[in-house]
Design a protein around this ligand. Sequence first.
Ligand code: ATP
Length: 425
Amino acid sequence: MKDGCNKIFEVSKKLLKLFIKYPYELIKFPMLEGITCVCVSIGVFFLVAISYVLYKVIKRTKKQRLRKRFFKRNGGLLLKQQEESDPSLVDKTIIFTTHELEKATDNFNENRILGRGGQGTVYKGMLVDGRIVAVKKSSIVDESQLGQFINEVVVLSQVNHKNVVKLLGCCLETDVPMLISEFIPNGTLYDCLHGEANGFPFSLNMILQIATEVAGALAYLHSATSIPIYHGDIKTSNILLDHKYRAKVSDFGTSRFVSIDKTHLTTSVKGTAGYIDPEYFQSSQFTEKSDVYSFGVVLIELLTREKPISLTRFGENRSLATYFVLAMEEGHVMSILDALVVKEGTRDEILALANLAMRCLNLKRRYRPTMKEVAMKLESIRTSHIPSTVQTNIKPILYGEEYLSLSPYGESSSTFLSFNDSNSG
Ligand SMILES: Nc1ncnc2c1ncn2[C@@H]1O[C@H](COP(=O)(O)OP(=O)(O)OP(=O)(O)O)[C@@H](O)[C@H]1O
């Protein structure tokens, strides 16, 4: 076949040369007219075909070279070394090729876009083995952090917790590394609370379940992994809900990480307005208690169904944290809680949840509980909660003891708080 093609090619080449040299002489012979036409066509065809093949080969070589260069620059060799030295990583595909991802996402088709964040676009894809994944294509790269990035991808891809979105791996063959994680079907908690599905009813049972799951995941990451991992950007849009509305904490691998010291990892501390630990502004130091503060905001967001920052609230109340703390101190917190929470929760449950949120939101991080404490407290409230209980007659709650020494504005406070709004009977 190859020889045949070569022969045809040679003959067409000769004829083409002949035609170029003696065009008029050849055309003069009518018998030769047909042959000339056929030969010229074949010649042209082959010329075009060869040029096309050559173009494709050059393009592919260039692409491969570029991929290799990106792979090397993005720390691919380091990651390969880590894979080779750690047998536990071998079975886990943590390096994906661009080809695999292009195939999975139908060449990053617009229709596959799940959402856009501050750092890039997330696509839905299906791998050849049938797994459905989310591919995060970031738009920003910090070259100085790339080595660090690899180490953290290795650590995070080994995190196995039912309430943490599983990071499957990364692709290093592109200008900006891409992150591949499991696909979570029910969107973000933020969208369910405040988005188009605004009417979505969040029963107290569901709130307790989601809060307990998120707290458990954070407690695990803070203390049960080989190296403590701090999230750095806990918010409801980073909590995804699976098909059973179970919470999954996401965005641990938002393309850049910062290592504060050698004892723990944290994703890049960027934070989001409304959720950021106030002490972080003063000290620029991010600690596990900064995640606790952000979690406190998530908890009150669940309890009030209010946005963390809202322009429809006035003055300092624009910040949900301040709005909540003031309502607690002024004794009318019931008026700002979601109606379903007030309806379904017992006096003690609401009291316990509000106090827990207050402790998480303490301006001084040393008075905030650890995530482990928070998770345990939530678990105990959740297990004692009877979902069908409907409280129709909530009595005013007077509490002081639990709130003593826990004022967000100082080390100790003797403020006595009460729920004495119109909902109380
Ligand atoms: N694993 C996933 N499964 C399903 N959808 C996802 C997944 N990860 C992200 N998404 C969707 O993609 C959207 C964008 O995610 P991304 O993490 O980039 O944004 P963000 O967290 O809102 O913003 P930022 O990264 O700036 O904090 C999310 O709001 C969510 O709808």
